[in-house]
Design a protein around this ligand. Structure first.
Ligand SMILES: Cc1ncc(COP(=O)(O)O)c(C=O)c1O
Length: 477
């Protein structure tokens, strides 16, 4: 198509292109195991393979598609690969891909009810379905964001409104320092939120954890008392259900006791672990949630919704609206108090139609289908943990929790464990991550990819053991 033409790509051409793309997607998913997990590229290589100046004339789809296949895809880490055993094994799924394609075609903006009634109402419905699965009380309601990092920032803004009611209008300068308490295992998004909302990184107090990496509640109590006597103002406690390194779960009920006693906002970071609530036998994960003020869950971590889809729940969602509603003049005619306008519940104005893919995933698998898949990943994690414990070379670095196993080579230096992760990743046959636990390097396996089976986990274990054998010679251990 030449630049002299106006309008979009002609319909028949688009139909052919879309067919090529959807065929490619199906083949990619079906044959993904033949691809290396990690790309063999060096920094800057992709940039050098691409023109440094933008196209002046439009280009043919075939040329663009060829570069996509030849330059872009080989330069990607294949998160959808069943041997991708890193982070939280977050996964895409067939219904999730369909939802993403459909929402790209629709390109609606769910900022107000009127700018897309069905997108707004589907968001509300999906949020409420998920609320029921999470066993949160009926009065709780939520809002969809891209990530948990953005969600916690909003939760803490709502907490700030409670602690300092005129924070919205006057800001927070001049008053006592606001303090946020979270465990030494909590995600760095707590600090980022503190930076963003003007509380300050140094006002995030890291509470020590016990031998199972759970917040020590007596220490929390001590730290709050210390800060109060120093004239500081506790703003919020962030408890984590499924920490980033070990998937440990803080004792939420005991933390809620402290929060209620001191009247401090309780936020639950269930970004990863929230998904466990869908398994009836794991219902204990939800203990104490109903006593909190806000909770984050990332269905893009455990619940098979493709990235990105994060939900922030509040006991009283109106609080968030009071903090953020601000109707620009040009939207005034487009809004009614009685309508749910999600732009009122946070910083973003324009909002992607994220609920569509979640709705498709939730309907395709149902609660039982989702729970069965999670259950299987947990079984595989325990099985892997058994192999580790049964071996003389390895030891667990933390209790196996959810889909996460942290382990290390016994009697080997940290460097050995780090090198092992690098070598495995470099092989392209599996992909792992590492973390630091009590100052020592641990290898970390995160299961959750919908394509990962016992054979994949077994092959990953064999690769790890073979790599360790080779490295042991070099390290003379
Ligand atoms: C426990 C926990 N909370 C929050 C986050 C931040 O998630 P997001 O990438 O959605 O901001 C992560 C990321 O892995 C996490 O592990």
């Amino acid at each position: 198509m030449s630049t002299k033409e106006s309008g979009d790509v002609p319909v028949e051409e688009f139909r052919q292109q879309l067919r090529q793309l959807t065929d490619w997607i199906v083949e990619y998913r079906a044959n993904i195991e033949k691809l290396p997990v990690a790309p063999a590229v060096t920094p800057g290589e992709i940039t050098r393979a691409l023109p440094s100046v933008p196209p002046n004339e439009g280009e043919a789809f075939d040329a663009i598609f060829a570069d996509f296949k030849d330059i872009i895809v080989p330069g990607l880490l294949n998160w959808a690969h069943p041997e991708f055993l890193a982070y939280f094994g977050c996964t895409t799924t067939a219904p999730g891909v369909l939802g993403e394609i459909a929402s790209a075609a629709l390109n609606v903006n769910a900022m107000t009810w009127r700018t897309s009634p069905a997108a707004t109402e589907l968001e509300t419905v999906v949020i409420d379905w998920l609320r029921q699965w999470l066993l949160l009380p009926a009065e709780w309601s939520g809002v969809v964001f891209d990530t948990a990092s953005i969600g916690i920032m909003h939760a803490l803004c709502a907490a700030r409104e409670e602690a300092v009611p005129d924070a919205r209008t006057l800001g927070v300068s001049g008053g006592p320092a606001l303090r946020i308490y979270t465990s030494d295992q909590a995600h760095s998004s707590v600090e980022k939120a503190a930076i963003a909302i003007g509380v300050g990184e140094e006002n995030v107090v890291r509470v020590p954890t016990d031998e199972s990496f759970r917040m020590r509640v007596e220490k929390l109590r001590e730290l709050i008392a210390r800060d109060l006597s120093g004239g500081m103002r506790p703003l919020a406690v962030v408890a984590t259900c499924g920490t980033t390194s070990t998937a440990s779960v803080d004792p939420v009920n005991a933390i809620a006791d402290v929060c209620h006693e001191y009247k401090i906002w309780l936020h639950i970071d269930a970004a990863y672990g929230g998904g466990l609530a869908l398994l009836p036998e794991e219902g204990a994960i939800t203990e104490g949630w109903a006593r909190a003020d806000s909770l984050i869950v990332n269905p893009h971590k455990m619940l098979f919704v493709p990235f990105d889809f994060s939900v922030l729940y509040l006991r009283d969602l109106e609080r968030l609206r009071r903090v953020f509603t601000l109707v620009p003049e040009y939207l005034r005619g487009d809004t009614e108090e009685a309508e749910r306008n999600y732009m009122d519940y946070g910083v973003p104005l324009g909002r992607r139609f994220r609920a569509l893919k979640a709705w498709m995933v939730f309907r395709t698998f149902g609660r039982e289908g989702i729970a069965a898949r999670i259950r299987e990943h947990m079984r595989l994690a325990r099985l892997f943990g058994d192999w580790v414990s049964a071996s003389r070379r390895w030891e667990l670095s933390a209790p196996v929790s959810m889909g996460v196993v942290c382990f290390r080579a016994k009697r080997a230096p940290d460097d050995f464990n780090s090198r092992l992760v690098e070598e495995v990743n470099h092989s392209g046959r599996a992909y792992l991550t590492q973390t630091k636990l009590r100052g020592r390097t641990a290898i970390r396996l995160g299961l959750g990819n919908i394509l990962t089976t016992e054979n994949h986990v077994r092959a990953g274990w064999e690769l790890i053991c073979q790599t360790a054998n080779k490295l042991a010679e070099k390290y003379a251990i």
